[in-house]
Structures are given as structure tokens and as C-alpha cells.
Write a protein that binds this ligand. Sequence first.
Ligand code: FAD
Length: 469
Amino acid sequence: MEPELVDLVVVGLGVGGEEVAGQLAKAGLSVVGIERDLVGGECPYWGCVPSKMMIRAANTLAEAHRVHEFAGSARVSPDWAPVAERIRAEATDTWDDQVAVERFVNQGGRFIRGSGRLDGPGRVRVNDQVFQARHGIVLSTGTRPFAPPIDGLADTPYWTNHQAIEVERLPESLLVLGGGAIGLELTQVFARFGVRVTVVEALDRILATEEPESSEVVAAALRADGVDINTGVIADRVDHDGQQFTLRANDVRYTADQLLVVTGRRAHLDELGLDTVGVRADQRFLPVDDRLRVTEGIWAVGDVTGAGAFTHVATYQAGIVVADLLDRVRRSEAGAALDGTGAALDDTVPRADYRALPRVTFTDPEVGGVGLTESQARQQGINVQVGSVPLGSSARGWIHRADGLIKLVADADRGVLVGGTSIGPAGGEVLSGLAVAVHAAVPLAELRDMIYAYPTFYRAISDALRDLG
Ligand SMILES: Cc1cc2nc3c(=O)[nH]c(=O)nc-3n(C[C@H](O)[C@H](O)[C@H](O)COP(=O)(O)OP(=O)(O)OC[C@H]3O[C@@H](n4cnc5c(N)ncnc54)[C@H](O)[C@@H]3O)c2cc1C
């Protein structure tokens, strides 16, 4: 079959691919966007947006339960129906992407529903069509939930994040396998709606990628919500008897009506035809350079790159790819020289820099983290200084009766912050100041000289700076 010549082919229209494809179509390129499921990907349909709707609902319940502490009394009767309805109607259009498809087409893109696969240099095959991309191919195929190879698990009707987000009637009890950010956010939501939740985590603490203090605060908050947290537990068998799940770890058995498996996600590189362009498919993620180039004429964005499974990473990377591709198009149209890899020789195109990568776990309290944790900084041989204060020691934290913490990780030699954690009712928002400080390497002296509004949560940063010494 004769391939059809186009400017660009984008395989996978999740947050990352949709952004690249839409921007470049709007810029006038002929762009083919291929998506096998829903345009928008995980974030709007089974990820960030609906989970945050659930969290918003669960947190209103928690606040209502605090009325007796501050303001009299209130009777609270949780009801999942409005949450499920809001997710169906407002977040996902009943898991229909027509609006997103139309948005892309209105930007000038050509949409194809199907699974795209590389078919040699510059070529992508989808359904019964083959496209030859004049300027490039972008792989933005994301990840899928990963379930560990535990005996029996694959034969049970366990939930991934998809079923957890789509649920209309809550189970009475839930086992959550995996104590990372996604699992803990959902754990707290369901617990606050009255589900008996048990968390089973193989590592010795939940939220293991964040500071140990973050794990402690979140574990305490979840226990206060009635969650049973079990760490250092290696599950060795899962069974389902038609009614209940049983998870075994050595001699211990955990049972519940439902099992949610949230033990990470995997890119499925073997499906992409990478061998046809000389790229190994037996890797965990697609290796990219700092302009997201995989190899000549191929870029990757989003979760598939392994740079951080966040929507803000996907959109950040998308911006770089758009700039790089537009630069390449401009140069090739001008007949300008290309370098050895065929990529444009332009240093004005930004390079990806993850030093100040922000992460937020939207539990209550929220856990914001940016840059390096203390142990990561020590592993890098940095001359580390640490300052931390409990949020309750700040005026606002005390007034609010809030649990939380500010922790700063500084490079004493350079006199700058290399990492920070803000835990509290608005931990994700308070993080913004720390992210600026890490990103711009603001001198500690400048941070100490600033005026911090009283009585805000973020004012606790000035106390933590004092604790740095
Ligand atoms: C429960 C949950 C909560 C989350 N909350 C947050 C949050 O609060 N903040 C945050 O920043 N991030 C959050 N995330 C992560 C966020 O959803 C991802 O980082 C983001 O969706 C990544 O975008 P992506 O474009 O790389 O991949 P995806 O969104 O996974 O999109 C990839 C797309 O490619 C398609 N595809 C794959 N292979 C092919 C193929 N061969 N041909 C055609 N199409 C293909 C898939 O169908 C999919 O639509 C959350 C994730 C989950 C699961």
C-alpha cells in the first residue's frame, strides 16, 4: 500500500499527545492524531479530574464532621450517588470523547480511532492505512495499570483505577494493594464514604517516594479515618470466592468485598513497532534526550518517557516538542543545515529540566513535594542542610488545628534549596513558593529577607528557614 504523506503523526492522544497534536495542527501542519480509546487519555476520564472530584466530595464530609469541634453540631449522611453523577456528567460525558475529538478537528487535525504502530522510519500503520510523516512522529502512548505476578490475582475480578473511578455503588469493604499516591487518595475517599478500607503495602512505609515525615503524617490521617494500614507485607496469593477477596501474605489473611490494585503502571513498548526503527522495546520506558527525541524523526512525551507520571510533566514536555518540531519545520523549509541526527541546530528550543519537578498527593492533608528529598540529596553527595517545622507551630496551623509540616532541603555549599515538602490543608498550593525557590535557585538569604503574610500556612516556610540555621 502506498503510504499517505503528512507532516506529523501523533500516536496516543492523552494529555501529552493531544497537546502536541492540537498545537501543531493549529500552527498549520497536517497532523494525524491516532487514539485507540478516548481522546484526553487517563487524566480526564480515569485519573486526575474524577479522582479530584471524589476528593472534593470526601473532604466536605470530613469538614462537616469537624463542625462539633468548632461550631456546634451537624448530622452528616454520606451519599455516593452525587459523586458518581458528577463524574459521569461533568467530568467524563459518560466516558465519551466527542467534545475532545471535535476540539482537535476544529484545530485542523485529522483524527483516526485505532492503534498506531511504527512501520519503519517515518511510517505509522493504523487500521488499514499507512502514513509517511514528513517532519516527525510523536509517541505519547502513556501507561497502563500494572498488576504484580501474585498467584491467583489475574483470575479475580479486581479493580484498577478504572473501575474505582467508574463505581456507582460502593463496596462495604475494600482491600487496597499498593500504598502510593493514587492508592492513598482513593483510600481516603472511600474511607470517608464509610467503606472499611485496608491498605497492604510491600515497602516499609506508605508514600515511599516522598519524605518519611510525609508517610507518617498521611498514615496518621488515614488511621484517623479508620483505615487499616499494613506495611512490609508481601502478598503471595489472591483468591475470590464469588463474594469476597482474600489476600494472603505468609500466614496472614486479609478479606474484603473488593480489591483495588494500584501497584504502579507500565508502558507497553512491545506494541509500538519500535524494532522497525531500531529502538529496543524491552525497556521500561522510552529513553529520550532533553528535547524528548527518541531517535531520528521520533519524539516521545508523557508517562511513556518515565520522567514523572504527572499531567504537568506531559504538558511541559509537549511544549518542548512543539517548539522543537516547529523549529525543525522552519529550518527544513528554509533549507537550513541539519545536524548529524537530522535534528534542527537551534539552541533557542528549551531543554527539559526536571530539577524542580513538583508532586502533589491530594490526601487530606495534602502532601506537596518538589525537587530532591533529603535522602536523594545525600545520595547525590550534596552538603545537605535540613530545616523543618510542624504546621501546628505556625499561627495559621494552630488556629486551623491542622496537621502538617514544612521541610526544606538545602545545598549548604550553594546556599539554595534543592528540595522542599509542604504538608497541610493546602500543601499543594503552598508548594508553589518552594517550587519557585528550587527552580530559580533563589539564594537562601533572599528567601529569609522576604515578607511572609500573617497568618498564612505558607508563612511556616520562614520558620523552617530559621530552623535551617
Ligand atoms: C487515579 C489517577 C489519578 C491521577 N491524578 C493525577 C493528578 O492529580 N495530577 C497529575 O498531574 N497526574 C495525575 N495522574 C497521572 C496522569 O493521569 C498521567 O500522568 C497523564 O494522564 C499522562 O498523560 P499521557 O498523555 O502521557 O498518557 P495517557 O493519559 O495514559 O494517554 C495515553 C493515550 O495513548 C493511547 N494509546 C496507547 N497506545 C496507543 C496506540 N498504540 N495507538 C493509539 N493510541 C494509543 C491510550 O489509549 C491513551 O489514551 C493520575 C493518574 C491516575 C491513574
